[in-house]
Design a protein around this ligand. Sequence first.
Ligand code: KG4
Ligand code: ZN
Length: 355
Amino acid sequence: MDSDRKYFDVKKSIMSSRFQNTLAIETSCDETSVAWVARVNGNLKVVKNIVASQIPIHQKTRGVVPEVAAREHVKIIIPLIQKIFYSMGIPESISVTRGPGLLPSLLIGCETGKALALAWDRPLIAVNHCEAHVLSNWIDPPAPHFPSLCLLVSGGHSEFIVVKKFGAYDRIGKTRDDAAGEAFDKVAALLSLPYPGGPSVSQCALNGNPKAFHFPEPMVYAKNFDLSFSGLKTAVRNEVELLKKPLSQQTTSDLCASFQRAVVNVLVKKTLRAGAELNIRSILLCGGVAANESLRAELIRNIRNELPGALFKAPAFRYCTDNAAMIGAAALLAGNRMRNIFELRVDPNWELHGK
Ligand code: KG4
Ligand code: ZN
């Protein structure tokens, strides 16, 4: 990494990808989303991005029941596509999440994408959901420089990914058990706060004292870049069991603030260490937990102090949680995985491989 010439030219690669626009479909979990993403003067432009959330439905079960999610995708996907088609017409390409995600949910998006590709005689681009979260950082300027270190934190994933260039990734660490978002969801359930847990726990934490309880910061001093959140969730459960019921509003807020502080501390410390050790030029955040204001603020503050040469970037809030705009962006930036539509199969465990 000693010469600027070795860095991948972001703008050139945006230009060199084949298609000028794509109609993108995302149905990997509990958001049905369709977008139109185009390339305008060498930059990406999200022309339309519609997200139909299933949150009210899954609130009843405090989590996503895969069959229920798939049934909801079926109901809404065609009306969403119609909305975009009526204003934009037929796209140059269709892009769809092939995995990772929930099998029944992925199937709805993939089969819909195949039908459109066949009917419109357009190529179909298979997109990895994790890659799309990472590349959501390229939707709005400035374009981060390579090599980037991306902290992907969502309901299903918590990983450190080095982005060498579009399509070439090294996963240097991941959670050994629960994902960060999953931990927020489980702590919310423990405290009888609404699903999804991230927004409700972080909202409740605003009125709490982050030092009221001392929760562990798992794996913070481990030499690797792996993470673990299951023990932290258990520590919160053990603490709740010792407390007098019903919990007061203040105690609930203190528990939320102390839990959030532990998660944020682990993520920030490990990000800083990886950034310094790997000589990283830009540090990126993505996934649903990237919407967490405390995590963003602490990353900004610490990177400014300890890695002043590195750019920090996180997507706009609307591109943190699942959305089709990021699927379209990934298709246009790294979309060299065109599929024969009859061969495309969903892959619920599709790993983001390096090249
Ligand atoms: O990326 P995403 O929409 O779906 C997956 O790919 O998993 O992430 C959803 C996760 C949920 O676990 C949710 O609780 C979490 O992101 N989340 C947050 C916040 N907003 C959403 N976690 C912490 N703080 C938030 N503000
Ligand atoms: Zn996601």
